[in-house]
Ligand binder design. Structure first.
Ligand code: FEO
Length: 393
């Protein structure tokens, strides 16, 4: 992909990674991703905002072949998918300096061994003129590392946000053309990467609000030429409001837990509760994360393996705990053969979740009539709790 013009003197550079399917050896990327960098020319100085993943270094360096001078490389974030080509850029442009937060400087030295003399650290709110164009650096920690910042280009009303507001989406569209598709990708990105820092993101949203913003240019996915679309979505995701939704991740080995899951899902649906059911043996863990953004309740279904939960359930519970969604209630259902500590072990795994634990339903072997009645009671309790909170689907 060649450089693409956004405004006179402002270009998208970077690369589209159509084939990447896993990030951090953890996060599924069903739609690939992009690594967006931006070249901004003022009348006196030129700045490159972020770079690209090391696997795409050649693409960026090819785009820069016709660029005679770069004075500044702005590093919003030290993670290598954006910083990984800074060393090659500094090698080509011998006088270029890296502008980053004080924390960013330390991390870039640690991760990339960039010499200390190549850095200029910027304070929160500091501005830098490129000649007719002014970069305003806004510290925005924990989107999603402690060093992160964003840059506001004052005259052009463009906010460059790196991971913040990003979406893992490989596309030739420079701007958002299909909001529904980008919404799903951006929500997945938020769920997997940003959600643990929900409270801090609330503050960051307030901090950047109040500025005139015509474009939000993230470093993954297309540029938002209707910034309200993504800012409103983020305000919703980080709000305290949950929805009338149950997430039900489960595993079944011989059908007993599955029978309980089917019964509970039906009982909840009859009571007007939306349920997202995930068989962890086959599910995309990213889809599970997306539904955790809004859900009020999680019910975890597990058989007992060596007195504890199935390992896939262990993993899902650990992940949900790490993502810190705004869940309000949790419960556990499942089956065991002779003895079980699954409830205690799962409860121990989800201590970060500030939830009320609703009475679990654990049955010996295949569920009996008394177990189905207990599941009815659980469904009624969930519907009642959601009703008390006036949650909507
Ligand atoms: Fe896209 Fe946190 O790197």
């Amino acid at each position: 992909m060649k450089a693409r013009k956004i405004r006179e003197g402002i270009h998208w550079v970077g690369s589209v990674d159509w084939d990447r399917r896993l990030f951090d050896s953890l996060i599924p990327l069903p739609d690939g991703t992009s690594y967006n960098a931006y070249l901004i020319r003022g009348s006196e100085k030129t700045a490159l905002l972020d770079t690209v993943d090391p696997r795409m270094t050649d693409v960026l360096m090819f785009q820069l072949e016709t660029v005679p001078q770069i004075d500044y490389v702005v590093a919003h974030h030290a993670e290598q998918d954006h910083s990984g080509t800074i060393p090659q850029v500094l090698e080509k442009y011998e006088n270029a300096k890296v502008l980053t937060t004080p924390k960013g400087k330390g991390m870039l030295i640690d991760l990339l061994r960039i010499p200390e003399e190549r850095f200029i650290t910027v304070d929160d709110g500091e501005t830098l003129s490129l000649g007719g164009r002014t970069l305003e650096f806004i510290h925005a920690p924990w989107v999603h590392w402690p060093e992160t910042m964003v840059t506001y280009l004052q005259e052009d009303h463009i906010l460059f946000t790196c991971d913040f507001f990003g979406s893992h989406l490989a596309t030739t569209d420079l701007y958002v053309t299909d909001e529904a598709r980008v919404y799903e990708a951006a929500k997945r990105f938020y769920a997997e990467i940003m959600m643990p820092f929900r409270k801090i993101i609330q503050k960051n949203l307030e901090k950047i609000g109040g500025r005139a913003i015509d474009l939000i240019a993230p470093s993954h996915g297309p540029i938002y030429d209707r910034p309200a679309f993504i800012m409103d979505a983020y305000r919703d995701w980080v709000s305290e409001e949950s929805k009338n939704v149950v997430v039900l991740p489960y595993i079944s080995m011989h059908g007993s837990t599955e029978k309980m899951v089917e019964y509970l899902v039906s009982a909840l649906a009859e009571r007007g509760v939306t349920v997202h059911q995930f068989n962890l043996a086959v599910t995309d863990i990213g889809k599970l994360a997306i539904t955790l953004v809004d859900a009020a309740t999680i019910v975890i279904g597990t058989p007992t393996v060596h007195v504890g939960p199935h390992p896939n359930v262990f993993y899902a519970a650990y992940l949900a705990n790490a993502l810190r969604p705004k869940l309000k209630f949790a419960s556990i259902i499942g089956s065991y053969g002779w003895s079980s500590k699954a409830i205690e072990q799962i409860a121990g795994l989800i201590r970060n979740l500030k939830v009320e634990i609703l009475d679990p339903v654990l049955c010996k072997g295949f569920p009996r009539e008394t177990d189905f009645r207990a599941l009815d009671n659980l469904a009624a309790t969930i519907a009642e709790k959601h009703g008390e909170h006036k949650l909507v689907n």
